[in-house]
Design a protein around this ligand. Structure first.
Ligand code: APR
Length: 233
């Protein structure tokens, strides 16, 4: 009989979307390959050359809009539907595959590819279309303040208060498909462990913060996660 968990937090990274055809960041064919991260994913780059950054994410929207969830995403939805407890998904990913899999309780700590934020009024709206430095905010109607709602290096990740609370109160923390090199996400396992959660890593290979995990499951998320979810139901 498995231990009965009551609140489970999953942290997902690019690896969970790899089998849906979305390249991860730190493989040799990573998303950033044809661009240096510093050119497209930093707040300085955005202020220096906003339309270059807008165009990068306009292209990424075109790349991501038709991608579909894989068995790993669907297994999380299955768990949320049938588990007698709470299941939260904290994702570093900006794709919308968890939403397309009809998962709930999703926290996009690095933002979302189909959202734009206004730096004047702070409101966000969704679009799969293009944005530019001339895009007008639908709320305050100012032009030139729209930014892709992506958390750039140098910016604070989103929902950190809520995530902190979840890490301190969960009894199972499962990290899936992340290399464990980008903070604060890479430190979440330490917080969860400190507050008494069981910590499990499901990854293609050993992540940099693997020391903090009680259990390691190595393999493709699309194969290993459905098997793991069955042990929780
Ligand atoms: N199944 C499971 N794990 C996989 C799979 C797969 N099919 N394919 C790759 N992986 C693993 C890799 O072994 C690697 O450890 O997924 C991880 C992907 O690591 P990264 O490419 O570094 O992606 P991630 O950890 O999500 O990056 C974190 O860095 O660039 C920023 O904001 C960006 O959110 C991103 C953050």
């Amino acid at each position: 009989m498995n231990k009965k968990y009551h609140r489970i937090v999953f942290l997902t990274g690019a690896g969970i979307s790899q089998e849906s055809g979305i390249p991860t960041f730190r493989s040799e064919t990573g998303l950033w390959n044809n661009h240096r991260v510093e050119d497209v994913a930093t707040i300085e780059a955005f202020y220096k050359n906003p339309d270059f950054v807008h165009d990068f994410y306009n292209q990424m929207r075109k790349d991501l809009i038709n991608k579909t969830p894989n068995p790993a995403h669907l297994a999380l939805t299955e768990l949320q539907k049938n588990f007698d407890g709470e299941v939260y998904i904290v994702t570093q990913n900006i794709d919308t595959l968890h939403e397309k899999a009809n998962s709930q309780n999703i926290l996009h700590m690095h933002g979302q590819i189909n959202e734009l934020v206004c730096l004047n009024c702070g409101k966000t709206h969704t679009t799969w279309g293009d944005s530019s430095s001339e895009t007008t905010c639908p709320f305050c109607e100012r032009e030139g303040f729209i930014k892709p709602n992506i958390v750039f290096f140098g910016e604070m990740p989103l929902y950190m208060d809520k995530i902190e609370t979840l890490l301190k109160t969960c009894d199972l923390f499962v990290s899936i498909g992340t290399s464990g090199v980008v903070y604060p996400a890479a430190g979440f396992v330490q917080t969860a462990k400190y507050y008494g959660a069981t910590t499990i890593e499901i990854n293609l290979d050993m992540a940099s913060n693997n020391f903090f995990f009680d259990k390691h499951i190595y393999g493709k998320a699309g194969l290993e996660l459905p098997k793991f979810i069955k042990t929780l139901l």
